[in-house]
Design a protein around this ligand. Structure first.
Ligand code: ADP
Length: 384
């Protein structure tokens, strides 16, 4: 392993909060990092060794950046894949690979992989344009209600809409998309899987995700999920199988629905550290960020066991506030035992923008959930 205190360079595409948290590990291990991000004020800027400002979707920019590093990874899916392919041909190690990312970047091809590998997922249809759904409705090959999803470039619930009537289709962009049956689910689970270059594979305990009803964003993540051992194991098994099916290297977050009949269906996967794994920083023996670095740099994987139960609370911009950010009552939550705030370093707040998160650790998950609610009620992300 030649990456510690050496000339080895790790490149990271994307310099947001996920990149910033990856850099905690590269700092700890003294690994030299280069970050590419379009924003001059990217959260990762201060913690990396070299920062380059540039467009992640531009071939030349990504290619020229990648040529300077030994191993390249990404903290965001929307990067130029053609550049990754060219870099791989020239011997740059790219993890996760362009092949894996290619399948995941598009929700239609992602869903096809589940079918090919006999992985459970909601029934779906694919369309080249949203307009074509109208024809399918006329021919009754699709029935209301259903879920519309943009095939590409969706994030945090943008690009997803429940369609209950033809009227709901009118405002949607006319892009490549899929429609999915509306799954009646009890709860949403997620399993973070890590797989290293040698194919060693480990899963973290299943977590439970509670969503904000309006913003369609994760509000609380509970670890472990409050489900039976049987269901938790089943979720783990499906997630491990998905990681192997994608031939994935690095962290793969597998988002799942637990249906009303206790069936588990894959919603989608993310080939990078994920919001549902932030609590691993305080609550696990190995954080998801350290695990990603270990996996892509050929190190042995760390333990995925919990030290304690935990609840993660997302800190998002309050409605009606825009501008220079203020974290109101942060002192109050810091007086609470086992409560750690993480501030991402974005200077401007806007409604529902992810500005930070708070981890609550406790020996008991129900107590952690109660404290998390107090945290949520106390702290406010507002503007000056
Ligand atoms: P994104 O890629 O933006 O995170 P998702 O595909 O994860 O979008 O969908 C966002 C949320 O929408 C999910 O977490 C879930 O709450 C809801 N959702 C997505 N697909 C379905 C479905 N088929 N049935 C019911 N709810 C769904």
């Amino acid at each position: 392993m030649k990456c510690f205190s050496s000339n080895f360079k790790l490149g990271i595409l994307g310099g947001g909060q996920l990149g910033k948290m990856l850099l905690y590990t590269t700092r700890k291990f003294d690994i030299h990092t280069c970050v590419l991000d379009p924003s001059a004020e990217a959260p990762s800027k201060l913690a990396c060794n070299e920062f380059i400002q540039g467009d992640l979707m531009d071939y030349e920019t990504v290619y020229n950046f990648g040529r300077k590093v030994d191993t390249l990874t990404f903290e965001i899916e929307n990067v130029n894949i053609e550049a990754l392919k060219a870099l791989e041909k020239e011997g740059v190690k790219v993890y996760p690979s362009s092949k894996t990312l290619d399948k995941i970047q598009n929700k239609a091809t992602q869903k096809l992989l589940y079918i090919d590998h006999n992985l459970p997922t909601a029934a779906f249809q694919r369309f080249a344009y949203t307009e074509e759904i109208n024809l399918a409705i006329e021919h009754s090959s699709i029935v209301f209600p259903f879920v519309w999803k943009s095939a590409q470039f969706g994030y945090d619930g943008n690009g997803v809409k429940v369609v209950r009537s033809k009227k709901d289709l009118q405002d949607l962009p006319n892009v490549e998309c899929i429609t999915e049956e509306l799954v009646p689910f009890k709860t949403e689970l997620s399993v973070i899987v890590s797989r290293n270059i040698e194919g060693e594979i480990k899963a973290y305990p299943a977590v439970e995700m509670e969503f904000h009803p309006e913003a369609n964003q994760v509000e609380y993540v509970l670890c472990p999920a409050r489900v039976s051992e049987e269901i938790a194991n089943k979720a783990k098994k499906i997630a491990l199988k998905a990681s192997a099916a994608f031939n994935h290297v690095g962290i793969l977050a597998v988002e799942l629905f637990l249906t009303n009949n206790d069936e588990i269906l894959i919603n989608e996967v993310a080939p990078r550290p994920h919001n549902s794994g932030h609590q691993t920083i305080e609550a696990s023996y190995t954080s998801q960020f350290e695990q990603h670095i270990r996996a892509i740099l050929g190190m042995p994987l760390g333990s995925t066991e919990n030290k304690l139960s935990s609840v993660m609370v997302n800190l998002v911009g309050a409605e009606n506030y825009r501008g220079e950010v203020v974290y109101e009552n942060i002192d109050k939550i810091m007086k609470m035992n086992g409560v750690t705030p993480h501030i991402y370093g974005k200077k401007e707040t806007r409604p529902f923008r992810k500005m930070g998160h708070v981890t609550v650790v406790h020996s008991n998950i129900e107590d952690a959930r109660t404290i998390a609610e107090k945290v949520k009620k106390s702290i406010k992300v507002i503007s000056k």
